[in-house]
Design a protein around this ligand. Structure first.
Ligand code: UDP
Length: 326
């Protein structure tokens, strides 16, 4: 069974490629290395191509006899999506439409999509169930929302079968130390703290200490990237065995504030995190927690690595390794 992993040289795509290979799938990694990294290739076959160009997708799908597609390739910086919405709408929507178009032409019906908790916007309740109204307020979240609408229509009209996975806060690194986060620029909390401790960032800022939470800092649901990767493999198996389209949250049901993450990081690294206080980032909500019941029920998903200590330890090992080799 050959699977195309679009964006397989990125953070979550590479961890998923590793899990797919472990489970005996033949993987074709499709990437243009605009944000993906050669260091994150873990095996399978590489097809260097660009989702903005249908011809290269066609070549990959037809010549490799692909039976299902996992789509990770996307721009992901919420702040940048406010500043340059055109870039996000153009890139994230056209790439997804091209990919789906060629899949339908080639008769490839199974699709696993990297969606995001950003589709919910400001939550009316926490933990958030999948039935929560969708009201994305940043352009990044809008692009995920629109692709979710497209795949629903394509299911109805063309028989596409999909699982759209709504990630909460992906974090941590491959427990075996081969893979991890390599974003440039890095915007996420845990790598930002670690890069600051390693002297790779000049300062570390807390964005907002005036949220209506227990310590004033924002609370997020951190999920280990290997657990996320395993959910993709389970989704693929589910689609192949009993195809039914679904929207599924991937998170832990549990949240940590920015200050709690800082404290845990200090315990694990033995280093003091000296931070500066900055205003809230545009669009940051106080609390975002996933209801994980549906993932457990439909996919049989279990969390193996998502306790906060493992998340920070694996990320710390990865960033220290990268810092030494740079
Ligand atoms: N955050 C922070 N400093 C940073 C990066 C993030 O205080 O350098 C905060 C951010 O405002 C949010 C939380 O940490 O409340 C998680 O942010 P991240 O960018 O990791 O994920 P998001 O929830 O925005 O997708």
């Amino acid at each position: 069974m050959k699977i195309l992993v679009a964006g397989g040289a990125g953070y979550i795509g590479s961890h998923t490629t590793k899990e797919l290979i472990k489970e005996g799938f033949e993987v074709v990694v499709f990437d243009n290395f605009s944000t993906g990294k050669k260091e994150l290739l873990v095996g399978g076959e590489l097809f260097e191509g660009d989702l903005m160009h249908k011809e290269s997708i066609k070549k990959a799908l037809w010549s490799k006899n692909i039976e299902a597609v996992l789509h990770f390739a996307s721009l992901i910086q919420v702040g940048e999506s406010y500043a340059d919405p055109r870039k996000y709408y153009t890139h994230n929507l056209i790439t997804s439409l091209n990919l789906l178009d060629v899949m339908l032409e080639a008769g490839v019906k199974y699709f696993v999509f990297s969606s995001s908790a950003a589709v919910y916007g400001e939550p009316l309740q926490n933990p958030i169930p999948e039935s929560h109204p969708l009201n994305p307020f940043n352009p990044y979240g809008q692009t995920k929302f629109f692709v979710e609408k497209v795949i629903q229509d394509y299911e109805r009209a063309y028989g596409l079968k999909f699982i759209s996975l709504r990630y909460f806060n992906a974090a941590g690194a491959d427990p075996e130390g081969h893979l991890g986060e390599l974003h440039d620029p890095e915007t996420h909390l845990i790598p930002n703290i670690l890069l600051f401790l390693l002297g790779k960032k000049r300062k570390f800022e807390i964005f907002g200490k005036d949220f209506p939470t227990k310590d004033g800092t924002a609370v997020r649901d951190y999920i280990h990237v290997t657990d996320l990767a395993k959910a993709h493999v389970l989704s693929l198996k589910k689609l192949l065995k009993s195809p039914q389209s679904e929207f599924i949250n991937l998170g832990t049901n549990k949240g940590y504030s920015v200050l709690e993450i800082i404290n845990k990081t200090e315990e694990i690294t033995g280093e003091k995190v000296l931070y500066t206080e900055s205003p809230r980032r545009e669009g940051d909500v106080p609390v975002l927690l996933a209801s994980k019941e549906k993932a457990e029920k439909i996919l049989g998903w279990k969390l193996y690595h998502s306790n906060i200590e493992t998340i920070i330890e694996t990320a710390w090992n990865w960033h220290r390794k990268c810092a030494k080799s740079m």
